[in-house]
Design a protein. Structure first.
Length: 115
């Protein structure tokens, strides 16, 4: 009987790991692609450009809420661990973090601000 429980436990653990790696695999691929895309590093170094990362419920909704706001230069979607994120490159002279948070809250997708 004890062997059955151990075997069942191993099977459940294996299934959980497979599910985790399947879900996280997409996040890992997107993170690697964004690391090696190259253009975000140049943009962040431009004079007057800052970078902020927002944890959101849906990165597409967040991107839609942020794009077009005065001072927002670029929005990249991605993941931080298992959370969807929007990385925003912006001009702090034209828009504040609080204004971007407000836009995300209005869209119903804001979770947190990562520095």
């Amino acid at each position: 009987m004890k062997t059955k429980f151990i075997t069942l436990g191993i099977a459940v653990s294996a299934f959980a790991l497979i599910a985790l790696f399947t879900y996280a695999g997409g996040a890992a691929r997107m993170a690697l692609l964004s690391l090696f895309s190259g253009d975000h590093a140049a943009l962040a170094q431009e004079a007057g450009t800052s970078k902020i990362i927002f944890k959101v419920k849906c990165y597409d909704d967040g991107k839609a809420a942020l794009q077009g706001l005065k001072g927002v230069q670029k929005v990249e979607t991605g993941f931080h661990y298992i959370h969807e994120t929007d990385t925003v490159y912006y001009d702090p002279k034209l828009i504040t973090i609080k204004e971007m948070e407000t836009a995300l809250k209005k869209a119903g997708t804001y979770v947190d601000t990562l520095q």
